[in-house]
Design a protein around this ligand. Sequence first.
Ligand code: SIN
Length: 290
Amino acid sequence: MTYQTIRVRKLTPRIGAQISGVDLAKPLDDRTFREIKSALLENQVIFFRDQDITLDQHKDFGRRFGELHVHLAAPSPEGHPEILRIHADEKSKRVAGEGWHSDVSCDAEPPMGSILRLHKVPSCGGDTLFSSMYAAYDALSPQMKEMLYGLTAVHSGEHVYRGRYEYAAGSREDTKKAFPVSEHPMIRTHPETGRQALFVNSGFTTHIKDLPKRESEALLQFLYAHCARPEFQCRFQWDVGSIAFWDNRCTQHHAMWDYFPEVRSGFRVTIAGDRPFFRANTPEKSAMAA
Ligand code: SIN
């Protein structure tokens, strides 16, 4: 694809690109919007530097790509329920996203993508790693693909969210709260590119529905290790004002918490998605046609 309004520099052949030549504080014209969307579909995660944007501009950028998702449990800045606060400091016992996962895959319709901007970064460390689930799927043997086509995995929010967040009146009391549980195909067809992606993650996936427990555990352990192979990955080093925008339908990410007790802080806008499906033998559409 030839870009006319933005510059796109690939980070690796398989995943990740840095975008320059655009100021996200300004409304996007249609051509620039289409090119950013194409760059996302082509590279699965895109990065911007030095973006000085307000929370409203952050939401406006997200809304160009779809309706915004409101997280069921996590903290938001006052008056902005669609924004998720990502924060770690010397008091943190854990941080959001510190294992391989795709966002909120326990939802029946997991998010299409997330846009994270950091406004405070540690002196070093705090990178985010991204892995391509297209590359993970492509690298499987035909026999393994054939087996996975028919399988469904269960994704749960219970072990992720229970007791973790403060709810109404600042309390962690959530005994009456039910967290989402959903079943999704293990191979997911991307609704815009038509490419197949592996769709299980160690954050939310609890088991494979159709298999005995021991087989389910062994297969999932193999797939989690496979998804985390370095050749499917890129790694992003943050500065103040950097933005990462990932396609949650075909990537996983891992936020590296190697900077304790330093502070790392940002806001994430999440874009609503649709129900995952598997369609055999879809002709792969070009990213630009989407
Ligand atoms: C997340 O959204 O999972 C956190 C990503 C990060 O902090 O880099």
